[in-house]
Ligand binder design. Sequence first.
Ligand SMILES: C[S@@+](CC[C@H](N)C(=O)[O-])C[C@H]1O[C@@H](n2cnc3c(N)ncnc32)[C@H](O)[C@@H]1O
Length: 351
Amino acid sequence: MDFDPGMNLAEQFRAHAGDRDHLYAHATRGMADDWEAGGPVRQICAGYEDSPPRLMIHLRLLAGIFRLVLTGRAVELRPFYPCLGGQQPPDQAWPLMRAAAAEHIAELRGALDVAPQTNEVGRSAALLTGLFDLVGAAGCDRVRLLELGASAGLNLLLDQFYFSGEGWQYGPADSPVCFPDAVEGPVRPSPFRLTDRRGCDLEPVDVTTEEGRVMLTSFVWPFDLHRHARLAAVLPLAERSPPTVDAASAGEWLAEQLKGPAEPGELTVVWHSITRMYWPESEVQQVLGLLASRGAERQLGQVSLEYGEGAEATAPQLRTSLWQPESGCPVRERLLGTTHEHGIPVRVSAR
Ligand SMILES: C[S@@+](CC[C@H](N)C(=O)[O-])C[C@H]1O[C@@H](n2cnc3c(N)ncnc32)[C@H](O)[C@@H]1O
């Protein structure tokens, strides 16, 4: 996908489609034509015409339509959704999707306000790799984990997942959420215990409600069957031990969490994945400033899985930073490697 920041919505929709042949490629081509022709998609997107590509308006709209299907209000579309057993050819879906959109304009306008809630547990493999790196470097095995832009907070449960690779393993082997060979390259496991875990999100998703589970499901592309299977495996775990995710913006919440002294012998780790692109620049700067200033007072680590700029924008980069008391800037910054957009595999290049 090649997005130019100056693209109008139709161009953004077509850029998403590219020359691909799946349901969402056909749908976004249909959306582009409909937007240009002044159809229901134009009405739904009224007021969003100047949205930059990073806001992913097409994914918000597609998720809104998927929720209509998941909640039984567009049953005629089920045969096109492979995760619901559908096997109909994707190139025939758009006219029915357009009709469903036309019937639910107000709801789908509301759907455009919801930033993509792809709470992807595959990204926990990147978090684990980053934690191993920081724990090993800090020599501290008690970790307080803080997640920014956590969505439902599923990745805060990483110590309930099982990861394994050549010569190493982590987590309960009987976990329903397993990641065999999720990390390519050298892994140096450093044992740690999570003493506390908590996240924030502008729009937290509550996995204990049906609405929350439908929300999460609606952002997983309907033909990504392995991701639907992974989400279905993690949801019961999360319902049993729901992660705490506060409704707050990243900067404001982090300032609150880093107030007061740290527990002695505890490493605070701030983690975020595929969320920074949605933050306003002022918030990016606020978070960076907080890390630098609080890192001068306590042991503080950061694990970040975010897209870079320009040529580095193709794959999320896994980075760690470590601050030690008395130092104003990170004493150790590492680019550990890159990952697939959904987290696995993690390709570790740093030694
Ligand atoms: C693509 S999802 C990623 C969720 C999760 N980090 C993951 O990787 O599975 C992006 C998340 O960032 C949240 N978000 C966007 N802007 C935010 C902000 N300024 N502060 C906190 N969360 C934000 C959205 O609500 C959404 O849940």
